[in-house]
Structures are given as C-alpha cells and as structure tokens.
Design a protein around this ligand. Structure first.
Ligand SMILES: Cc1cc2nc3c(=O)[nH]c(=O)nc-3n(C[C@H](O)[C@H](O)[C@H](O)COP(=O)(O)O)c2cc1C
Length: 182
C-alpha cells in the first residue's frame, strides 16, 4: 500500500432543482477538510447526466465518467435525503449504474428529513450490502425542522459536529483497511 492519502467522495444524493443537498455536502466537506486525513471531494450525481439504467446505449460518456470517478475513490460519504421513506430515484439509479467500482470500499451516511432521514438511510444500508460497500455505524441525522430555516437554509446545530467526526473516523479506518484487499 502506498502512503498516498485516501480519496473520499461526498456524494450528493438529490438532483432536483432547489435541492438543499449542496449546502449539506459543503458543510460535511468543511468539517472533513480540517482533519487533513484524506482527500475529500464533492461528487454531484447531477453532473454525470446518467441515463436511467437500461434506457440508454450504455455508451454514454457520463456513465463511463461515473464509473471512473467511483473507481478513483477509496470511500464515500452519502448525503441522503428522505423521499417517500426511502432514497431518491436519482441515487438508486446512480447506485445501480456501477458495480465493481463500489466493491470493497467503506461508506458513511449523513441524512436529513422530518425524522432525520433515518428511514432512507436504513434502505440505503441494505443496498450497500449488495454492492459490497461496508457502511459504518455512526450516522449523523439532521432534522428538516431544527437544522434548516424554512426547510431550505441549512443551519446545523453544533451538536452534530461530534457525530460527524466519529463517522469520518470510522470511514477512514475502514476505507484504509479495505484498500488492502482490493
Ligand atoms: C418526492 C418527495 C418525497 C418526500 N418524502 C419525504 C418523506 O417521506 N419523509 C421526509 O422526512 N421528507 C420527505 N420529503 C421532504 C424532503 O426530505 C425535503 O424536501 C428535502 O429537502 C429533500 O432533499 P433535497 O432538498 O436535497 O432534494 C420529500 C420530498 C419530496 C420532494
């Protein structure tokens, strides 16, 4: 194994116009960058213009770029928003649109919704198991009622910082461990 820093992608799970996920992703990146223990980057599903799985030619540049981006990463932090008690269709399609590039990597989940996005996060955990992504236990949950103003301006409570760093500690430890078996 080389001494190069681990690469962790902070994946924005929503793509809708007016989404709040970029605010949450930037907050996570700000906390993560201060740790200087990995290279963290925002990965925005919207940038890849992924076709719905099976509806395109399979040769779309975005599909290839998505797989290459995932392949370049050692671990992930998913920014997960609850849509009808689950993850977004965009995130499910993005998960389905790669296979080996996910395998034997670690992930943390930061979720939000009326109940902290907990139901969406639990759905995601089941999917990650199938993709051989090891999801860590610690899971910061953000409330649409108390961590956002008017459900749109992100103002996270101070208390989330401890959980965020605990989650990142676990993602870094497991990402490093799993790198040794790839
Ligand atoms: C189609 C849809 C379904 C939703 N269903 C839920 C839900 O089941 N539970 C919940 O807590 N919030 C639900 N919400 C509220 C979203 O969690 C909230 O709008 C959040 O800001 C969405 O994330 P985004 O702004 O990054 O897209 C739903 C929103 C949409 C658009």
């Amino acid at each position: 194994m080389t001494n190069s820093k681990l690469k962790i992608g902070i994946i924005l799970g929503s793509t809708r116009q007016g989404r709040v996920s970029p605010q949450v992703g930037q907050w996570v990146k700000g906390i993560a960058d201060k740790r200087e223990d990995a290279e963290y980057e925002i990965v925005d599903i919207a940038d890849f213009k992924l076709p719905f799985l099976g509806e395109g030619t399979g040769q779309e540049p975005g599909l290839q770029a998505w797989n290459e981006k995932l392949a370049s990463l050692d671990g992930f932090v998913f920014i997960v928003q609850e849509y009808n008690h689950s993850i977004t269709g965009a995130l499910k399609n993005a998960l389905d649109s790669a296979r080996e590039a996910w395998n034997n990597k670690a992930a943390g989940i930061v979720s939000y919704g009326s109940t902290g996005g907990a139901r969406a996060a639990e759905h995601l955990r089941g999917i990650l198991g199938e993709l051989k992504v090891a999801d860590v236990r610690t899971h910061p949950t953000l409330s649409l009622f108390t961590d956002f103003e008017n459900y749109s301006v992100f103002k996270p409570a101070e208390l989330h910082l401890t959980n965020m760093n605990a989650m990142l500690d676990e993602v870094i430890a497991w990402s490093g461990a799993l790198k040794t078996i790839r």
